[in-house]
Write a protein that binds this ligand. Sequence first.
Ligand code: C2E
Ligand code: CA
Ligand code: CA
Ligand code: CA
Length: 276
Amino acid sequence: TMLEQQERYHAEESRVLDAVRMANEFKVAVVRKELFLEYQPFIEIDTGRIVGFEALMRWNHPKTGRMRPDLFIPMAEDTGLIIEATRWAFREACKTLKRMITQTGDSALFISVNFSAQDFDDPAFLDELLFTLHETGIHPTQIHLEITERLLLRQSEGVKKILQQCREHEMQIAIDDFGTGYSSLSYLHQYPVSTLKIDQSFVRNMTTDKGVLGLVKSILSLSENMGLAIIAEGVETQQHVEMLQTLKCRVAQGYFFARPMPEHEAASLLAGQYTK
Ligand code: C2E
Ligand code: CA
Ligand code: CA
Ligand code: CA
């Protein structure tokens, strides 16, 4: 009916208004220091040692409180506001890593930062990264750029060139959520990738589903054949750990080891491993 149609229209309209409001609020979030990062460690399975951290963005929204990235990252991507947020996150992550290195004396620690496809539309992308690395005194090898398969799927010469330049400057490039939905396999070799992150869904299901286990095994042998490093994501149980160990997967991340946490917690967790 006409009425239903109108209601649908109003519902749609208020969604659009919500999205516009959220975008406007996000626009000032960086300046107002409402964004912050949490850090989730990467663990070397055999030794239990922390080898690095992933920086994950959070928004402390003035009204609704702490907001999950799934709720605001898509909006930030659609509006292009992500570019500014990523610049901020990268700089913050570098500063944190610098403090961690100073604290521990361990210059092998690394930090990974999530990048969206839109970040690569920024013509100043590489210069920004290099400037921030220089400014914060971080060596490029200690930086992992986490990108998704979707970006590779674009088959963009521009993206390819930027990634190549990042590699030439010795930054590491990790493919996030590897194996999910997109058949990027056919052009993986065209990109200067250094690490594959096995998606959480595979880790979660490999213990119960032989097909998924087969998939995990083939990702591991693929990485070995291509000389790529592997990180298993979403490791939640002892059983996951044992299975990954059997499969000779060296590095893992997940709630079994640690949740994402504020810098001061990450720092004290880290401090513990150097006093042993
Ligand atoms: P992601 O990059 O795949 O990050 C992993 C997500 O899984 C994180 O959620 C993390 O908290 C969660 N996680 C880690 N271990 C486990 C586990 O054992 N079990 C389960 N169930 N979950 C686990 P989070 O922090 O909510 O981030 C969600 C997504 O938002 C990220 O997925 C990433 O795509 C995006 N994101 C987060 N921070 C940023 C950022 O700074 N920039 C961009 N572009 N995207 C970001
Ligand atoms: Ca990630
Ligand atoms: Ca992931
Ligand atoms: Ca994800």
